[in-house]
Write a protein that binds this ligand. Sequence first.
Ligand SMILES: C[S@@+](CC[C@H](N)C(=O)[O-])C[C@H]1O[C@@H](n2cnc3c(N)ncnc32)[C@H](O)[C@@H]1O
Length: 244
Amino acid sequence: MPPEPLIFPPAEADSPADIRRRPVRSFVLREGRLTAAQARAFETLWSRYGCAWSPDRVLDLPALFGNNRPVVLEIGFGNGEALLHMAARHPERNYLGLEVHRPGIGHLLLELERTGLNNVRVLREDATALLAHGLAPASLAGVCLFFPDPWPKKRHHKRRIVQPAFIEDLARVLVRGGVFHAATDWAPYADWMLEHLCAVSNQFENLSPTGDFVSRPDDRPLTRFERRGVRLGQPARDLLFRRL
Ligand SMILES: C[S@@+](CC[C@H](N)C(=O)[O-])C[C@H]1O[C@@H](n2cnc3c(N)ncnc32)[C@H](O)[C@@H]1O
């Protein structure tokens, strides 16, 4: 195993008190093995594209990107397919990618090096904490949430990342006119997001002409995973809400 980069605190066993204090999380950390190339990417590319954060600090986005371009955040980018697509299409924007899964981050770092894109920065953080404590008010032009873990069982609904507190934080960090774009192939989660976002119609306007979902915007690439869903009769639904 490669040495853990210093900015990731070493894993320590949780005490019972830690476990009680641990917030409800929207993810289960399955470490998975890094390929040799991904391990190398952490060692050699993290200092270029990665960013450390601690909850007592608000990110300085212009310093992080080295310019004042609008910043779009993608939460839970997986292996970064959509993030790379969006960043290549929009060199006039900066993209901040958040993910907790190391192999996916390693994959993205390698692709950033291969493509030479310079408008992407990466954080390995829980998005809920970063939205609540790490971003200045009105600091983002957009937030993307593509295929969040659906947590289909009722007793797990509290683990869905979209909750009233998450939407409050979204409203705080988005600029007026900034857009929240979500997509899911789990219809009940699409309805859940719609219901929670419509509940704050004083803060967000639904950009769907039919008052519910929109067709997939070109910025979100059609992935192999999604094509398979369409074949299985589980099409994705996109939600686009603009901050008022
Ligand atoms: C179902 S996957 C979808 C990945 C990708 N967006 C896609 O469309 O292929 C959900 C991803 O969100 C990440 N995730 C879940 N909760 C998160 C959180 N609170 N902060 C950061 N990432 C999170 C998970 O690690 C996982 O990679």
